[in-house]
Design a protein around this ligand. Structure first.
Ligand code: SF4
Length: 68
């Protein structure tokens, strides 16, 4: 499965970083980024980690996508 972040949809609410601090971080302006990476996507197993799933569900603007 592919997890993708879409910074232009992000409203800097911070929820994803609270739910999954080992995956999501943010720039100085609060816009989402991946921890220790400038990539916008990464592969994750189909058996999704709970923290990622919670962050995905919490994002109010669908700035985090999960695709098969
Ligand atoms: S939860 Fe969504 S809108 Fe909020 S900071 Fe994360 S990506 Fe941005």
């Amino acid at each position: 499965m592919l997890c993708k972040i879409i910074p232009k949809k992000c409203i800097a609410c911070g929820l994803c970083q609270i739910k999954a601090p080992e995956i999501f971080d943010y720039y100085d302006d609060g816009i989402v980024k991946l921890v220790d990476s400038e990539e916008k996507e990464f592969l994750v197993s189909d058996d999704l980690p709970t923290d990622l799933l919670e962050a995905y569900r919490a994002c109010p603007t669908r700035a985090i996508e999960l695709k098969k």
